[in-house]
Write a protein that binds this ligand. Structure first.
Ligand SMILES: [Fe+2]
Length: 353
């Protein structure tokens, strides 16, 4: 293959030409998408990161995060990580290998239009300095999150005037869309620093650290549960609100860990919320927590006669349009074949393929 000169290639040229893996393809796709009345579109950005776009051109991200996890075989010194939630949770001598498995499908620095950056909670895979930097420089987006997430943005230099602190019950309007903060049920956020040190007998305030969101567009609503675990209180959220799609942080916990939501609890959450469609997220990201989603499909199949909602197994970078995709079970990337056979195929003879 011509065009390369190895004397001019080094690690930096490799990084610049290969990352993000999708270049600006998805940026351009989102920019060019015109959402018709009666619908809304979303794209999965990996982990619990989602981009939502509406007919009035409201562009909202939730938990868009562009970093990576473990990048060395050697564990960090215990003293540096002893207060992280996984080490506190398990009593381990270091952090397990959480390796990022999803590609980077969006270039944060190629974003041209964004109305709001939302964060559900203060875990590092849900709030991102690179997204904050690009949103500050290139857009007028506001930053919406629980109080301690807003403290993090402020510490990174996001102007106070662009930060909106929310607690459960608060609402914020963007064009044709309303964002409502609701209670989070993420118990592991309560063993996440601050504070450092001994946690025995200390009960922290969940609302300062984490919220769930109900995002309501003219065409339907999305419930984003961040990293919440199962809670009976989902029933109340489902009784009080009309929910079309619910996102749940699905995953396979290893022994001795309760972190991601197992398949059976994903179903219970969607059922309690009275959602019409369950969309598991987060399961794509971490090597140490990756399930096979066929497990969820089998369990849903077993229970769907009394759990009256659909299941949608997404792929990172893929688009979900409501209500068009409400009956889709497995997402398929587009084959991009619309213009095939516009020209005569260039084959050695007509029946070659
Ligand atoms: Fe997470």
């Amino acid at each position: 293959m011509a065009g390369f000169d190895v004397s001019k290639i080094d690690r930096d040229t490799w990084l610049r030409s290969v990352f993000p893996e999708w270049g600006t393809y998805l940026n351009e796709k989102i920019d060019q998408t015109v959402v018709p009345e009666g619908k809304f579109s979303m794209w999965w950005l990996g982990c619990t990161g989602v981009w939502l776009k509406t007919p009035a051109d409201a562009n909202i991200t939730v938990d868009y995060w562009t970093q990576r996890g473990r990048d060395k075989l050697q564990r960090e010194p215990y003293e540096e990580v002893k207060d992280t939630q996984i080490v506190r949770m398990t009593g381990s001598t270091g952090r397990p290998a959480f390796l990022r498995c999803s590609p980077q499908v969006l270039d944060p620095f190629a974003i041209t239009k964004l109305d709001a950056v939302l964060s559900t909670h203060i875990h590092r895979d849900h709030i991102c300095p690179y997204v904050a930097a690009s949103a500050c420089k290139n857009t007028d987006a506001v930053f919406i999150g629980p109080s301690m997430a807003c403290d993090i943005w402020e510490s990174w230099g996001v102007p106070k005037s662009r930060i909106v602190r929310v607690k459960p019950g608060d609402e914020y309007r963007i064009k044709d869309t309303t964002i409502k903060a609701l209670e989070s049920f993420d118990r592991t956020i309560l063993i996440t620093p601050p504070p450092l040190g001994d946690l025995k007998g200390k009960l922290l305030d969940m609302d300062e650290r984490a919220v769930n969101y109900l995002i309501t567009t003219p065409a339907g609503s999305v419930y984003h549960s961040g990293d919440s675990h199962f809670s009976n209180s989902y029933f109340k959220h489902g009784r009080d609100h009309n929910i079309d799609i619910c996102f749940v942080s699905y995953g396979q916990n290893g022994p001795g860990i309760t972190d991601k939501v197992p398949a059976s609890d994903c179903l219970r959450i969607a059922q309690n919320l009275r959602a019409k469609q369950l969309v598991p997220i987060h399961w794509d990201l971490w090597s140490a927590q990756m399930p096979d989603p066929h497990e969820l499909v089998m369990l849903h199949e077993f229970n769907k006669h009394w759990m009256k909602f659909n299941l949608f197994i997404w792929k990172v970078g893929g688009q979900l349009t409501w209500p068009d995709d409400r009956d889709v079970l497995w997402y398929n990337y587009p084959k991009d074949d619309e213009d095939f056979y516009t020209n005569e195929p260039n084959w050695p003879f007509p029946t070659f393929l």
